[in-house]
Design a binder for this molecule. Sequence first.
Ligand code: HEM
Length: 504
Amino acid sequence: MEDHIAVLTTWSVQFIAAQVFLYVMLKVFKRVRYTGGKRPPGPPSLPLIGHFHHLLFGLPHHYLAKIAEKYGTIVWLELGAGGLKTQDHIFASRSPGIMSDLVFNKGQDLVFCPLNDHYRLARKIFTTELFSEKRIDSFKIQDMRRQMTFRTLRTAFEEGHANRYINLTDLLRHQFISLTTQMLFRMDGHAQCKDLLDIFHDILRTDWLVIEEFFPLLKPLDLSGQVRRLKNIGERYYEVMDSIIDNRLKENSISKSNTEEDFLDVLLATSKFSRVQIMYQISNFVLSLFSFNQDIMGAGTDSVSDTIVWAIIELLRHPNIMERLQSELDDVIGKERLVEEADLNNLEYLQAVVKETLRLHPVAALGVPHYSTEATKVAGYDIPANTRVMLNLYAIGRDAKVWKSPLKFDPSRFLNSPVDVRGQHYEVLPFDARRRRCVGMNLALLSMAYTVAQLIHACTISLPEGLTDLDVDVEEKFAVTVVRRNPLNLLIKRRLPLDVYGTA
Ligand code: HEM
């Protein structure tokens, strides 16, 4: 570790794929790039900037998948000046970085937290209290999901009734923002959490390649303008959360009956976190809410709604698969009532559709960068300490050596197959695996299956006039998550008799 810190001047990005793994690793070196051991192969690089220029154009997860095809399962790239490596216990940390430092107060949230005692405690509380099966399936949270989904259907039907097309991405994002903010603070999304939502939207507008991240010496110059911007976001976040917590403490001191009603109450009740730590644990939720996995708020919203949109897009592109799913729903549920969460385990084809969507469209295509804490060897290659590692989840799900016709959307490949998407099977890892695996996975899988089932069972979804299934493209845009490039407006109408919705 000493060696590499002593020679830091350039960034390296290395891509490792042990068996079906494709790891991308980034590391900063000073003065020299790779000083010792057997370096993994990689494309030729330019002096000083290494392979940085390759990642500026096009979609990075496509480029990384392409070079992995050419250079083999473990590939080394350099960004300006850098290093890398694998094994879970060594690669389970997070690196310091501009976003983590300036917005999340040096990684005090869960997503950007280095592997330390605070992280272990926070992860335990997330897993055993906030996201335990018991809590997720509790009547109260189930009812919240049901109400939010009905609200989405009602909005869609009002528009459909007036023959107006609706943007499904916007509609579902509203649903999941409301759901998450309810779960967190008993506040209903846009109206009550406007300041917080604005902050997270600003975070998500940050370029994924901030030059100062790769060339820290340039940080004081702030050439990209992102350093000042992120600092300002961090300050605004602190103020808003401070006042939310103040208000909650006041409310709780007046009425004890509300304790442990939502996630904020649970975190306050643990007494294991300081007030500041609670602020940043919450941030993870909001961001996940918002498109990516910056913890709870950050990690839970757009990632789920964007995956649902991919599922609907694939179903519209494949009318035979849509028909088969609708038949399963009609057989199991009938047409006299709506889908309930208790039905989901009986809907085998629906579950296969969700898995196949996650295989082809893992919205967190490159995951969240891991960080090595000591030097190690991976598949015979030497990987230094302090290396950033990214898992190319996109390339894993599309590996032609593992998947037959990998680009074909075919949910039946998951029928009668033990392969699941929960991190035990390395052929498909939309949530990653082991220590840093997505903590919201169970909630995400449940929310996705439930919403897709409602949309396909309770609605008729039509493409704009003149478009056929052959016209629906799957062009991607790489933001924090991978989303569909072109907006698609749909006509959504009631499919079941009116009185079925009445009881809802
Ligand atoms: C389709 C939906 C989702 C996908 C595909 C997804 C995927 C991922 C991935 C790939 C990671 C990085 C794992 C790693 O570092 O190795 C991650 C981390 C995380 N996700 Fe998710 N996620 C989704 C939904 C959610 C939801 C609903 C929440 C919470 C409400 C959430 C919370 C988190 C958190 C807090 C982390 C950081 C975990 C840690 O560093 O220990 N995610 N997610």
